[in-house]
Design a protein around this ligand. Structure first.
Ligand code: PLP
Length: 382
């Protein structure tokens, strides 16, 4: 009998939810779907669907529909905003590559050891620039789950200096109540495939007052910023996903995640759980298994029918230390030996016990530790 494969990589991508699948099937069967720019009834029907989803996003972000632009995902939105902005750019050192890579002239702002932006470095950098800057940060880190609790101060300081803030909010939708400070960010980017919608659809809040280069020249779609017929099925899926984001507070998920971490710490007191003492996404756990490379851990879990990531999924395949953990001043060893576990609501303590058992198996093998005595109240059953 084959073992059920467990998926602990929800920060990389999420499976489609049943509600999204149903909405997509209805979309496929909708004989009135057509080109939304057409003026006939088919076109008007399609336009209505698109504008309804745009309004859903606008309501969530506390802004007007006219500020929302659909994109193919967060990377596209980030590249567009950062490259389209004519002034200087500052990017947080823990940021996803989609924020760090578009501008080679970006000023990288350091993080502190807790994974938060170094506010002194931000101030100093902004003071040394001769023009107001666009500052790009993450609402929560995809690898560690650490929530950028300085967001309010960041927005305040950048605005005081006449600059703008771009917030990568990809990882917060559906995981925590949106932080109040997010609504004051000038640009916000999000992605469908992180919230149970299909891959290839995302969105950006683009305020009309900010001059920005066009992304795709074509028809007048998306305020003429992004010409080309809309990804209607993607938009339908995104709308369905946004309408069914999980209710808060997400305490049950946090409870099983904490159960996982507590058990690991009892088994192996020399491990490090990144950001454990800080405010984190309730579904994320980033664990350093000393001297065991992240990719070895990923392979071990894969052979044992569990999907996890080492560092961010976008860097999988690269055998380098995690830049996010390096940005937090962790040693090369620690930054190379972390695995990221990201769970969904479906995870329960039985799933966790299987994950812990597979983790322990590798730890005992690689770190030459004997398993704890079976008399221990925390002994695991295999
Ligand atoms: N930002 C964060 C925090 C992410 O986790 C990801 C995906 O890994 C992205 C941006 C890129 O999103 P997309 O796949 O929609 O381009």
């Amino acid at each position: 009998m084959s073992l059920l494969r467990l998926y602990a990589d929800h920060n990389a991508t999420t499976p489609l939810s049943a509600f999204v699948k149903k909405a997509l099937t209805e979309g496929l069967d909708d004989v009135l779907l057509a080109n939304a720019s057409s003026v006939h009834a088919h076109g008007r029907h399609t336009r209505q669907i698109i504008e309804k989803v745009r309004k859903t996003i606008a309501d969530i972000l506390n802004t007007s529909s006219k500020n929302i632009v659909f994109t193919s995902g967060a990377s596209e939105a980030a590249s567009w905003i950062l490259k389209g902005f004519s002034g200087p750019v500052c990017v947080a050192n823990d940021a996803h590559d989609c924020l760090k890579n578009p501008r080679k002239d970006a000023h990288i702002i350091s993080m502190d050891a807790h994974g938060l932006l170094d506010m002194h470095h931000l101030d100093k950098t902004l003071d040394n620039l001769d023009k107001p800057a666009l500052v790009a940060v993450m609402a929560a880190n995809n690898e560690t789950g650490i929530i950028q609790t300085h967001l309010h101060s960041i927005v305040q300081r950048v605005h005081e200096k006449g600059g703008l803030v771009l917030c990568d909010a990809v990882q917060v939708f559906g995981k925590i109540p949106l932080p109040q400070a997010l609504f004051s960010c000038d640009f916000i980017i999000g992605s469908g495939h992180k919230i149970a919608a299909p891959s290839g659809i995302g969105f950006a809040k683009i305020p009309s007052r900010v001059p920005l280069e066009k992304l795709i020249h074509g028809g007048g779609q998306e305020r003429s910023f992004r010409g080309g017929s809309e990804n209607i099925l993607g938009i339908i899926g995104l709308g369905a996903a946004l309408n069914t984001l999980s209710p808060f507070p997400n305490t049950s998920l946090e409870t099983v995640r904490n159960y996982f971490e507590e058990k690991l710490q009892i088994l192996a007191p020399d491990i490090k759980i990144i950001g454990q003492k800080h405010i984190r996404l309730p579904n994320t756990s980033c664990v350093v298994m000393p001297h065991v490379k992240g990719e070895i851990q990923v392979m071990h879990f894969d052979l044992n029918h569990i999907s996890v990531s080492a560092g961010s999924a976008c860097s999988s395949g690269k055998v380098s230390a995690s830049p996010v953990l390096k940005a937090m001043n962790l040693s090369d060893m620690e930054a190379s030996c972390a695995a990221r576990f990201s769970f969904s609501q479906e995870w329960n303590s039985d799933h966790m016990d299987r994950l812990i058992s597979v983790w322990q198996d590798l730890y005992v093998k690689k770190c030459n530790r004997a398993p704890p005595s079976s008399k221990s109240p925390y002994a695991l059953t295999y």
